[in-house]
Write a protein that binds this ligand. Structure first.
Ligand SMILES: Nc1ncnc2c1ncn2[C@@H]1O[C@H](COP(=O)(O)OP(=O)(O)O)[C@@H](O)[C@H]1O
Ligand code: SF4
Ligand SMILES: [Mg+2]
Length: 338
């Protein structure tokens, strides 16, 4: 299912991306008392035709990252280039074109689809905003084509979202994201709200669409098992930072960072004989607040390997132990799933 020919040419280059939200108090006169450090220095490349999985627990900044890359939220600092051009500097016609080229599919098809619009209007709405893509007379035909491409009955374009199942609604969201023929789709937990059997169908559809249209995906999930079969590479996030990034093989078979190892040890294993052999790493405590993250390594309050240096020095995300980049002073390969 992984991309057949993921390129080596980056379509998206993200460098030191930061997004802080002010914490304000006061009823009449609000003043800022701190910052939510939602995304705190994230760097990665997305290559053409590739899927980059982005995984981490709830609240680690995945959706904020997506919103900033979509230009729905301004960054606090850092850069992101699309085909070599700084997306935060884009204005006018160039920004309009960017808004066609990068699309998003959201987790919750129930709230992201307008219940009072027909499916035809929902899928065709991007053409209203970008009429240059489809002249008025051609739109109904294009909407039918899109419904067909995502495996829905093209004759159902006059139905409303509530007349579809959860999986079908996610297909509607995908059809809408495809309407403007984008290059990149950011999938923000698109299957997290669906039953496991339906999840597989939607993931297969996304894989097929990638081959057919040469799409590049940033695929966000809170669980390493979901992204495995679609991802060429995976970035693991913790409290606003990437702690490890590598190929699917590197992350799943040779994880270096304790957090990745803990996440992997929680992935469900189907084979009962293997299940018994596996050592589950239970993480103690909760994720600390991104308003006041721990000094040094942010994972140290939950890490069983933490030493004094971990509180003093931020571990850089860099190749360690002859392997792929990880952000741990004591990075060491430990295969978790036998
Ligand atoms: N608009 C906002 N204002 C203030 N804090 C926010 C805002 N959006 C997200 N956050 C905070 O930023 C952190 C990261 O959130 P989010 O990006 O939604 O994480 P994830 O998608 O990984 O669950 C959380 O602590 C969240 O409460
Ligand atoms: S740097 Fe220290 S606290 Fe952080 S993951 Fe590595 S060992 Fe654990
Ligand atoms: Mg989210």
């Amino acid at each position: 299912m992984r991309s057949e020919n993921p390129g080596t040419e980056p379509i998206l280059e993200v460098r030191d991306l930061v997004k802080h939200f002010p914490v304000r108090v006061g009823v009449l006169f609000k003043h800022t008392v701190g910052q939510v450090r939602a995304v705190d220095g994230v760097s990665f490349d997305l290559n053409k035709g590739e899927t980059l999985g982005v995984v981490g627990e709830s609240g680690c900044g995945k959706s904020t990252l997506a919103q900033v890359l979509m230009r729905l939220e301004p960054p606090t600092s850092g850069t992101a280039r699309f085909n070599g051009r700084d997306i935060f500097a884009m204005r006018g016609a160039e920004l309009r074109k960017l808004r066609r080229s990068i699309q998003i599919v959201l987790q919750d098809p129930y709230t992201s689809l307008n219940p009072r619009m027909t499916v035809g209007d929902i899928v065709g709405e991007p053409f209203e905003i970008h009429p240059e893509v489809a002249p008025k007379g051609s739109r109904a035909g294009k909407v039918r084509e899109l419904l067909d491409v995502v495996g829905l009955n093209p004759e159902h374009l006059n139905r409303y979202p509530h007349q579809f199942s959860g999986g079908q609604r996610q297909r509607i969201g995908i059809a809408r994201a495809l309407a403007l023929r984008p290059d990149v789709i950011i999938c923000d937990e698109p299957v997290s709200a669906l039953d496991v059997s339906i999840q597989a169908q939607v993931m297969n559809l996304l894989g097929d669409l990638q081959s057919e249209f040469g799409l590049s995906y940033v695929f966000i999930a809170h669980d390493l098992s979901v992204v495995r079969h679609l991802s060429d590479r995976v970035a693991v996030m913790y409290l606003g930072k990437v702690v490890e990034i590598g190929t699917e093989e590197e992350i799943y078979n040779h994880p270096m960072h304790p957090y990745t190892q803990a996440l992997l040890s929680a992935v469900p294993v189907a084979d009962p004989t293997v299940r018994g052999q596996r050592q589950v790493i239970r993480l103690e405590g909760d994720v600390p607040s991104p308003v006041d993250p721990p000094s040094g390594c942010r994972f140290r309050t939950r890490c069983w390997k933490a030493q004094e240096i971990c509180a003093q020095e931020v571990p850089e995300l860099e190749p360690r132990g002859g392997g792929h980049p990880s952000a741990c002073h004591f990075a060491e390969e430990r295969s978790v799933v036998p």
